[in-house]
Design a protein around this ligand. Structure first.
Ligand SMILES: NC(=O)c1ccc[n+]([C@@H]2O[C@H](COP(=O)([O-])OP(=O)(O)OC[C@H]3O[C@@H](n4cnc5c(N)ncnc54)[C@H](OP(=O)(O)O)[C@@H]3O)[C@@H](O)[C@H]2O)c1
Length: 337
């Protein structure tokens, strides 16, 4: 159980009130090695106890299994939980590697109903477009998402992996509460255009993979140390020469952690949390874990304050990272900006 109580922030202008750190639920069903349902469910309860109220899932995590896993928890705590899910990455039961980005209104309408059914609820608090299909006019997709708000199926809208231009265009059609993008000591390209645009529009930033998919914690130095089938085998920065070079970059994180008597994960999470003051916007990171012990550790990282000298020591890291964050960068905002 965590001794830390998280402060509460508004997730974007007019958005829901949430604990300042959320919980990424993806790994509880897929991508990062073996899963343990009992421990995952206990972790959800421990998170709520610690003041975590934003829970992040997507229809594609485990092809719907992640929404089904957390559904009973969401229903049991409906008045406290802010549930965020996402649509846009179509999968096929008979073809595990199949992925297709879909933003067309007909797809959105059936995706939301499927997510509501799997979660077992009648309204989703925050509904994200997970990936952008540039083949569909953005106003058409946001228009369809806005209709879901009017129909009472969704409370707030969000976008993931969008450019600053796309965010501005979408926000003109319907208010966007939050943008979810990868943001960590290893991945800072979002700071160039997306973050200042979000700050100007009053949109919150929800950094995903704030622990660099675990790499910043020092828990693995090469994808080859991970179990077979782990998604991180496909990520260029965790393999071969890139991984060897990148592993050396976490030394300042570990050094600060040792000096402060905290963990590297807590330093990484404190850094991303403090970007709220640096960029003058609301930041609610969603570190992912399947385990109660790490939940408590990570929540404590949200209230750790790094000094200016420590922040300066961490500043050069991202600029020295080698290797892309995905094997195919086409569907990321970086690939379109
Ligand atoms: N919008 C998008 O495109 C997108 C993409 C990726 C992820 N996401 C969302 O963002 C959430 C978080 O991102 P993420 O899970 O990819 O990466 P992350 O939060 O950076 O790292 C998660 C990894 O770190 C490990 N970990 C967590 N806390 C730790 C600690 N204190 N010490 C050591 N290891 C620790 C976890 O393992 P254990 O489970 O063993 O603790 C897991 O392997 C996801 O769950 C998902 O909801 C969104």
């Amino acid at each position: 159980m965590s001794d830390t109580k998280l402060p509460t922030v508004e997730l974007g202008k007019g958005g829901p009130l949430v604990g300042a750190q959320g919980l990424g639920c993806m790994g509880m069903s897929e991508f990062y090695g073996p899963t343990d349902t009992t421990e995952a469910l206990a972790t959800l309860d421990a998170a709520l106890e610690a003041g975590v109220t934003l829970y992040d899932t997507a229809d594609m995590y485990g092809s719907g299994a992640n929404e089904e896993l957390i559904g009973p928890f969401v229903r049991a705590n409906r008045d406290q939980v802010v549930i965020a899910t996402k649509f846009a990455i179509e999968r096929r039961a008979d073809e595990p590697t199949y992925r297709k980005v879909r933003n067309d209104p007909a797809y959105i309408r059936q995706a939301v109903d499927a997510s509501l059914k799997r979660l077992g609820i009648d309204v989703i608090d925050l509904y994200y477009m997970h990936r952008r299909d540039p083949g569909v006019p953005l106003a058409e997709s946001i228009g369809a998402m806005a209709e879901l708000v009017q129909a009472g199926k969704v409370r707030h809208l969000g976008l993931s992996e969008v450019t600053g231009t796309e965010l501005r265009e979408a926000h003109a059609v319907h208010p966007i509460a939050a943008v979810q993008s990868e943001w960590s000591l290893f991945t800072r390209d979002v700071e160039q255009i997306v973050v200042p645009t979000a700050a100007e529009l009053g949109v919150a930033l929800v950094p995903y993979s704030p622990l660099g998919r675990g790499f910043l914690t020092g828990s693995f130095a090469q994808a080859s140390e991970l179990t077979e089938g782990d998604f991180r085998h496909s990520q260029p920065r965790f393999t071969g020469d890139n991984a060897a070079a990148n592993a050396a970059l976490i030394a300042p994180i570990q050094q600060i952690a040792a000096e402060r008597g905290v963990t590297a994960a807590q330093v990484a999470l404190a850094w991303v949390q403090q970007q709220a003051q640096v960029h003058n916007l609301t930041v609610v990171p969603i570190p992912g874990t399947r385990k109660r012990t790490r939940l408590a550790e990570n929540v404590a990282g949200a209230v750790l304050k790094l000094t200016d000298a420590e922040l300066a020591k961490l500043e050069p890291i991202a600029g020295e990272v080698t290797g892309d964050r995905y094997a195919d960068m086409n569907s990321t905002f970086t690939g379109r900006e």
